[in-house]
Ligand binder design. Structure first.
Ligand code: FES
Ligand code: FES
Length: 164
């Protein structure tokens, strides 16, 4: 349990994409700002800052969460994966390839958040229906693509996983 006076900074230690980070932050520091500004991981995008658009989604202890709705101190000692963590060895994640192949992105603003939710979704759904994919994507706003290519990309990776 972390306790601090209102403006007193607290030390937050987290493991992000396998690497340890330790930063002093104000208790009100959002996890999204912590990741982008304190840790330099700008792959996580911030759109609405109100939990609506899904752009800021990262995985905290495996769960896809909106990092604009969480304080950095709440993630203390957690294992976090950001979009940078999907391609640590320099090769693209299958979802990244599929989004590219299926024309599932244009400006790319929504893409990091969708990737993180889709990665969690595919771990939990071996053979998802189109409706299940659409339902998962209902938590992510994309102003460019019309979603068709994104749905196709996720279905493609699901099929590849199933056929393996
Ligand atoms: S920036 Fe977090 S949900 Fe939109
Ligand atoms: S690709 Fe532009 S918002 Fe989704």
């Amino acid at each position: 349990m972390i306790q601090a006076a209102k403006h007193e900074k607290v030390l937050v230690r987290v493991r992000i994409n396998g690497k340890l980070y330790a930063e002093e932050v104000e208790p009100r520091r959002l996890l999204s700002d912590f990741l982008r500004e304190d840790c330099g991981l700008t792959g996580t995008h911030v759109g609405c800052e109100h939990g609506v658009c899904g752009a800021c989604t990262v995985r905290v202890n495996g769960a896809a969460v909106r990092s604009c709705l969480m304080f950095a101190v709440q993630a203390a000692d957690a294992e976090i994966t950001t979009v940078e963590g999907l391609s640590l060895d320099g090769s693209r994640h299958p979802l990244q390839d599929a989004l590219s192949e299926c024309h599932g992105l244009q400006c790319g603003f929504c893409t990091p958040g969708i990737l993180m939710s889709a990665a969690e979704f595919l771990e939990e759904h071996q053979d998802p229906t189109t409706e299940q994919i659409q339902e998962m994507l209902s938590g992510h706003l994309c102003r460019c693509t019309g979603y068709k290519g994104i749905v196709e990309a996720i279905a493609k990776v699901a099929k590849e996983q199933k056929d393996r």
